[in-house]
Write a protein that binds this ligand. Structure first.
Ligand SMILES: COc1ccc(S(=O)(=O)N2Cc3cc(-c4ccc(C=O)o4)ccc3N(Cc3cncn3C)C[C@H]2Cc2ccc(O)cc2)cc1
Ligand SMILES: [Zn+2]
Length: 330
């Protein structure tokens, strides 16, 4: 079968940022509590709230969200273990624990929960070899190394884990092509590279990697359409654009990408009817691709958006007060 290698950015695709439409789209998404999407999203509600809030904050519209309701939801989602679940009654997981802490930092409300119990939950996820399991079932993935160290960095508690072992484990996942995978020996993937570089940036260990080799592999992700894919021969996608752009920013190689065609691809993924971004031009928008479309445009210098931190995917001005700084290569 003829596998599509790229997408066409049609002449009729949006060419400028429809910022008000995106703020309205996100605001409406959180409001319709009875919709199918809202009920289905119960299994990822905490992450969904983080994606919606970060999109709104980047768009300088965080004040349109209901702070009190969201903080109430966060408190109800913390479990006995100290970790956070996707929503009340579900099991805790590192993915949702990081999202909860990111939301608390954006709302400057970290002291409204017990951060000691959060630290205990994250600490308990580290294995003997330095890797992290996502939850008590211990599925190991370099994504969870980033979740753990990002969470602890935001709480200023990196002292709680074995940093040399965490570093050694991430480096053991580097491949001959310069990329990183899920576990040692796994295939290189843009998302995993982002997680591993983010982890090393937070731990101050970026000098251990070969920036040119990884930079080259990342730039190879750019397709004729300007979009970036996650692996060779895959279709471009706006969320992979974020993983690649953020990774290039972390290693100081963002200027290696063709920014003009990249920006044109991201803008083409906007839905000019409903607002929001889809994974690629013409598909259905969702909050997940909306936040990564906006974050990618922010990294490309869109001045109507707040500057975004490439490691935390949060507005820089939310990290400054807590003096949270991470190493970046230049
Ligand atoms: C619609 O199908 C999915 C598939 C996977 C997931 S996921 O939670 O495992 N996840 C994040 C993700 C979310 C959405 C989405 C739709 C509506 C909302 C409401 O906020 O969010 C959509 C896709 C998606 N994926 C799947 C994906 C995106 N681009 C290509 N694919 C295959 C990513 C997936 C894994 C993930 C990535 C980052 C992250 O921080 C958390 C999870 C969610 C819905
Ligand atoms: Zn995607």
């Amino acid at each position: 079968d003829f596998a599509r290698k790229d997408v066409e950015v049609g002449e009729s695709a949006p060419k400028e940022l429809l910022l008000e439409k995106h703020a309205d789209y996100i605001h409406a998404y959180e409001q319709k509590k009875d919709s199918y999407e809202y009920i289905m999203a119960e299994f990822l509600r905490m992450s969904g709230v983080y994606w919606c809030l970060t999109a709104m904050d980047l768009a300088k519209s965080l004040d349109r969200m209901n702070r009190a309701d969201i903080l109430q939801f966060i408190k109800e989602s913390q479990t006995e273990s100290g970790g956070f679940a996707a929503s009340q009654g579900h099991d805790p997981h590192l993915l949702h624990t990081l999202c909860a802490v990111q939301i608390l930092v954006m709302f400057d409300a970290v002291d409204e929960v017990s951060s000691d119990r959060i630290v205990e939950y994250v600490k308990a996820r580290q294995n003997e070899d330095g890797s992290f399991g996502g939850d008590e079932w211990n599925e190991i993935d370099t994504r969870f190394s980033l979740c753990a160290v990002a969470c602890l960095k935001l709480l200023n508690r990196l002292d709680a884990i074995d940093i040399p072992k965490a570093t050694a484990y991430v480096l053991s996942c580097q491949n001959f092509d310069g990329g990183f995978g899920t576990r040692p020996g796994s295939e290189s993937h843009s998302g995993q590279i982002y997680c591993c570089l983010g982890t090393l940036a937070i731990l101050g260990e970026l000098h251990r990697i070969d920036a040119d080799r990884i930079g080259w592999w990342l730039c190879e992700r750019q397709c004729a359409s300007g979009g970036l894919n996650g692996r060779p021969e895959k279709l471009p996608d706006v969320c992979y654009s974020w993983w690649v752009l953020a990774s290039l920013a972390i290693i100081g190689r963002l200027h290696w990408i063709d920014k003009v065609s990249m920006k044109r691809f991201i803008l083409a993924c906007q839905d000019d009817e409903t607002g929001g971004f889809a994974d690629r031009p013409g598909d259905m928008p969702d909050p997940f691709h909306t936040v990564f479309g906006l974050a990618g445009l922010s990294l490309l210098g869109e001045e109507r958006l707040k500057p975004v931190n490439p490691v935390f995917c949060m507005p820089e001005d939310r990290l400054a007060p807590a003096s949270i700084r991470v190493q970046l290569l230049n």
